[in-house]
Write a protein that binds this ligand. Structure first.
Ligand code: FAD
Length: 596
């Protein structure tokens, strides 16, 4: 069965989980209506299914190639990118004043899932451009935005994010790339960046690099970092392309997956220095880059959902066709493996986890919209805090789910899953990076615990738990028998989350080591509980539809029940693991010692 974009499920989640139609109809976001949103997402799905999805395999097999500083995109990528950009898709959420569609964040989250489900390697190019557009829009001078944003929004030029250096990965304090002030008010960059996604390629006419670097005399650490814009080709006063800048791609990495996405070593300033312009203020570069990083975090979380859904679709089709053993239903034919309870468990786990992670990404996206469009200042602040709380969960939980789902996808295929021809292994290989880049998931867990739980004196997280409890009570109050023990399991998970949250907040003041040691398990516990609430909301919406005669969505009740009874039941165990705190250092040292 060929892959199809998950537009119907996405639309259902936007509506039932994120309550987006109600928000749109309040006209907070201008003239937009739900029909327009549905039609944009439907069109995106059609484009992705027909044009991008076929690139997924060729991108994996041929990959991007490097020769003498030139990177050539995988076969077909450049043509499809051109069609895609000409159709206006690069500007979904970009501001209308620069040629974008100016649509809400949540519509963009939906489209991001669609592009990444079709081909993650392809979609990474616009994912980075979109982040660069956001950072420039928020912090670039009028002069810079006027020159660079229109061609970036149209997709004629692409963007990159240059943080990482060999000694500076999770810890950007160690960035060494150097910036010098030039007499004309511009700057010159010298240094090397590694792992730069789409740092060089032939799909766009120009590449706009956003680079973190340190000015002379700047303080050590991230407070001494400034953000610069350095184009591949310098731009003439009339907007045409001029001389090549003093920067180059020194090679691309050979990787486990996403072969179609070139991961570049970038060298700045072999000669006179790469000409660059300051974005924002000197020494405030990380704050400016955070706009890009936050957008990219949610987008990367969405990649986990997208690739998980693709793996699920493929596993489902295989399980319907592959026959092994006699059918329990009688007769002498071989039964498709989908009839086996354990295969059903695998498929249900894949689907339920993907839908839960999608719901979390959608809640994060809608919070970003409310942070911008809600009617009052206090609503906007609360929504911004909610988006901040949920972003690390959307990123880390969803990408872990992407890994788990693609791995189960291989398992459903049995031995054929391990054979590259089926493509199941590619999903697993492609998915693996999402838990690592854009901040490794362990770093997001720390961010959640150390910086996000204390937001608004703990009120943001308490509100989130209260909303989950509200969903559990609604299931208990008006949910049908199909929900089984969903309300009870969700209430237990909420208890576990509440207790762990209380402990974490206390430990932040008294025992940082225990807070840090349990951070990843805490994030998982949060994702499971919130994900369970998302599925329960979708199930309740499906029951409401059924009462008005449309029973097609009722499977969502069973999905919510499966998640609550089979997956969210891990929550109390995770809470106990969190509560056990940090192990004393000495046992770890002896257990991890080479001779042990
Ligand atoms: C394919 C690919 C594309 C990429 N694209 C880009 C890009 O476009 N732009 C860019 O700038 N970078 C990019 N990166 C870099 C990526 O963001 C980093 O690899 C990532 O942030 C992790 O840094 P690191 O590899 O140095 O790992 P390390 O920082 O060495 O981390 C290794 C492990 O240690 C853990 N760890 C590290 N510090 C701590 C701590 N304080 N507490 C707890 N655990 C810790 C991490 O969670 C991780 O599990 C890309 C990388 C890859 C592989």
């Amino acid at each position: 069965m060929p892959y199809r974009s998950a537009t119907a499920d996405i639309l259902f989640s936007l509506s039932a989980v994120a309550d987006f139609p109600a928000l749109v109809e309040q006209k907070l976001m201008g003239d937009l209506d739900w029909d327009a949103v549905s039609s944009v997402i439907g069109e995106a799905g059609r484009f992705a299914t027909a044009e991008i999805a076929p690139l997924n395999r060729t991108g994996d097999l041929s990959g991007a190639t490097y020769e003498n500083g030139v990177v050539t995109a995988a076969p077909g990528f450049a043509d499809v990118y051109r069609h895609w950009a000409e159709a206006g898709w690069n500007g979904v959420s970009a501001p209308a004043e620069f040629g974008g569609m100016g649509l809400p964040h949540l519509v963009n989250v939906a489209c991001t899932e669609i592009w990444n489900g079709a081909s993650m390697a392809f979609a990474l190019c616009p994912l980075l451009t979109e982040g660069a557009i956001g950072a420039l829009k928020a912090h670039g001078s009028r002069e810079l935005t006027d020159i660079y944003l229109p061609p970036m929004v149209s997709g004629r030029w692409s963007g990159t994010m240059n943080l990482t250096e060999p000694q500076a990965g999770s810890d950007l304090n160690a960035v060494r790339t150097r910036a010098e002030r030039a007499e004309d008010g511009s700057y010159r960059l010298f240094g090397q960046k590694i792992f730069i996604t789409y740092g060089e390629h032939d799909m766009a006419e120009n590449i706009v690099h956003l680079v973190l670097a340190r000015l002379p005399g700047a303080s050590a650490g991230t407070r001494g970092l400034s953000l610069f814009l350095a184009p591949k080709f310098l731009v003439n006063a009339d907007g045409s392309l001029g001389q090549p800048n003093d920067l180059r791609c020194a090679g691309i990495e050979h990787k486990l997956g996403i072969h179609g996405s070139p991961t570049c070593v970038m060298v700045y300033g072999d000669n006179e220095g790469a000409k660059a312009w300051l974005v924002g203020e000197e020494n405030r570069g990380l704050a400016a880059m955070f706009v890009m990083m936050n957008a990219a975090r949610l987008a990367v979380g969405t990649q986990g959902v997208a690739i998980g859904d693709r793996a699920y679709q493929q596993a489902l089709a295989y399980a319907r066709e592959r026959r092994q053993g006699r059918s329990a239903k009688g007769g002498d034919g071989m039964a498709p493996i989908i009839e086996r309870p354990d295969v059903q468990r695998m498929l249900m786990t894949m689907k339920a986890n993907v839908h839960a992670a999608r719901g979390i990404c959608h809640l994060t996206g809608v919070s970003l919209d409310l942070a911008e469009y809600a009617a009052t200042e206090s609503e906007r602040t609360a929504a911004a805090n909610r988006a901040a709380l949920l972003t690390p969960i959307a990123k880390a939980f969803s990408t872990d789910i992407g890994d788990e789902t693609t791995s189960i996808g291989v398992q459903v295929h049995g031995g054929m899953g391990f054979i590259e021809e089926t493509g199941a292994a590619q999903h697993m290989r492609d998915s693996r990076i999402a838990a690592i880049y854009e901040g490794a998931n362990g770093i997001h867990a720390i961010d959640l615990v150390q910086r996000k739980l204390p937001l608004a004196g703990g009120e943001t997280v308490r509100n989130e738990i209260a909303q989950i409890r509200q969903v559990a009570s609604e299931v208990a109050g008006r949910g049908g028998a199909g929900f089984g023990a969903t309300a009870e399991r969700l209430a237990e998970a909420s208890d576990a989350l509440e207790e762990s949250t209380r402990l974490m907040l206390a430990w932040l003041a008294t025992d940082q080591n225990s807070a840090l040691a349990g951070a990843s398990q805490y994030l998982r516990l949060f994702g499971l509980t919130l994900g369970g609430a998302c599925l329960a909301k979708a199930g309740l919406a499906a029951e409401t539809l059924a009462k008005s005669g449309n029973k097609t969505e009722l499977g969502r009740v069973g999905l919510a029940r499966f998640f609550a009874e089979k997956l969210a039941t891990a929550a109390p165990g995770l809470a106990r693991a969190v509560a056990s705190g940090a192990m004393p250092l000495e046992p770890y040292e002896s257990i991890l010692a080479e001779s042990a």
